[in-house]
Design a protein around this ligand. Structure first.
Ligand code: GCO
Length: 460
């Protein structure tokens, strides 16, 4: 199939599937503060744990940092204009806690708050719904120095931060999320030492999990009070956890990874219990009444999904299992992640059955290490193909009854991809980091056409 075919064929499959989606289905894109904003020392922003972590040689490929990133702090107007041209309907971003509260608590930083005013007002003027996430991993360093997620006081710190943000923006923002992928930043930060604060300790991990859950509950209450008409959710990554080999040991490892990765947050937040495998480990952090503090009513389930994950038994590992690569011979994206759209369909149906909340897919997309061709275009056929088949899986899930109301591509822009630095690109829009020039890739045009085709269909 040629690029023209790929782009012109909007990739929605049979007409019956095209009609599967609800009329007011939302098509968006997602980003996060540390990954795109840059301006790390501008207008009073305080340091975050990621600023500190990036300074340590060996932590990030190529010694990259988020100091400049996509310079979105200064170029947000151009980025909004791009979204507008593409017909993007909703934009999920995160607020950098240390930009609005440089030490995590105490007096707010007016210049930082004003940046998100400009961003939100610009989005609304362009007809794009702002979806605001409070925490996408950039904890103020000053709070880390007070113990960070291991200090139970963080429940109050986060609640105060949530109240500040909801009071300030709740007149213009309806959709709020508390946390993005809590299982990733806790497991990678306290279990595998791949993210800050770089620990490997099961007891610390469970403490951090419990405190994040308590902070979520406090955040929901604070947003609800400050902005009563808001629509509140949390964003979880849910990905089938599979044994790398068909052995009982690997099966047990996959069950444990499943508990940490897929259940440690949505189950207490939505069902009021911890998964059995983790409950004993939570006891030392638990106080009476905590599960009620965590299980606060929310309005939607944010689902991030890319591919299945794999585990292998490892009795010497701090958590009793090891993270494993997908087996050879599976289909993979250009950066090696497994491509398995049936897993996405099954996860959507499973999340629907378990939690009975409207689902918004808040991240899905494909990474590559692409470069512009001689004509200056980025023809990212593999991303288009990924988005097409995952879109097909989404439609199948909706046809089978899953209540899915929106879909956000990760990501609008190529950006700082954590430990991989700028090497792995997930954007619909290419960023030349030397010049900050943006080039919409073929996938951006494909996505724009698909949104347009859907809007025509919905209007029929
Ligand atoms: C997240 C994600 C993003 C990543 C994306 C690609 O947790 O929301 O980690 O921040 O950039 O998932 O890896």
């Amino acid at each position: 199939m040629t690029i023209q075919d790929e782009v012109l064929n909007c990739g929605t499959g049979p007409a019956a599937l095209l009609r599967a989606l609800p009329r007011d289905f939302v098509w968006g894109v997602s980003t996060s503060s540390y990954q795109i904003e840059g301006a790390s020392q501008v207008d009073g922003r305080g340091p975050s744990i990621w600023d500190e972590y990036c300074k340590v040689p060996g932590h990030i490929d190529n010694g990259d940092t988020g100091d400049v990133a996509c310079d979105h702090y200064h170029r947000y107007g151009e980025d909004i204009a791009l979204m507008h041209q593409l017909g993007i309907q909703a934009y999920r971003f995160s607020v950098a806690w240390p930009r609005v509260l440089p030490t995590g608590l105490g007096p707010p930083n007016e210049a930082g708050l004003a940046f998100y005013d400009r961003l939100i007002d610009g989005l609304l003027a362009a007809g794009i719904q702002p979806w605001l996430c409070l925490y996408h991993w950039d904890l103020p360093q000053a709070l880390q120095e007070r113990g960070g997620w291991l200090n139970r006081d963080i429940r109050g710190w986060f609640g105060d931060y949530a109240a500040l943000v909801a009071r300030r923006y709740g007149d213009r923002v309806r959709h709020f999320a508390t946390f993005n992928e809590p299982s990733v930043f806790t497991l990678f930060g306290y279990g595998f030492a791949w993210h800050p604060p770089g620990q490997t300790d099961a007891a610390a991990l469970c403490r951090a999990i419990h405190h994040v859950n308590l902070a979520h509950g406090a955040g929901v209450d604070a947003i609800r009070t400050a902005a009563p008409s808001s629509v509140i959710g949390a964003i979880h990554n849910v990905q089938p956890s599979r044994p790398v080999d068909a052995t009982p040991g690997d099966a047990a490892a996959a069950r444990l990874l499943d508990a940490y990765w897929n259940r440690a947050f949505p189950e207490p937040q939505l069902l009021g219990t911890y998964p059995t495998a983790l409950a004993p480990l939570m006891e030392s952090a638990m106080q009476s009444g905590d599960l009620d503090r965590i299980r606060r009513p929310v309005d939607w389930f944010g689902l991030n999904h890319y591919s299945p994950i794999y585990a292998r038994a490892d009795s010497k590992a701090p958590l009793g299992f090891a993270w494993a690569d997908a087996p050879p011979n599976v289909r993979r994206s250009p950066i090696g992640w497994q491509v398995d759209p049936a897993a996405f369909r099954d996860v959507l149906l499973d999340v629907h059955r378990r939690y009975r909340l409207p689902i918004y897919v808040t991240e899905n997309g494909a990474g590559a290490n692409e470069k512009p061709n001689e004509a200056g275009e980025v023809i990212d056929l593999e991303r288009i193909s990924y988005l097409r088949i995952y879109g097909g899986a989404l439609r199948e899930a909706v046809s089978a009854g899953a209540d899915v109301r929106g879909y956000f591509v990760w990501s609008l822009l190529d950006n700082f991809e954590w430990g991989a630095g700028y090497e792995n690109r997930f954007g619909l829009v290419y960023v030349d980091f030397a010049t900050q020039r943006r080039i919409p890739k073929a996938s951006a045009h494909w996505y724009a056409r698909m949104i347009h085709a859907e809007a025509m269909e919905a209007a029929r």
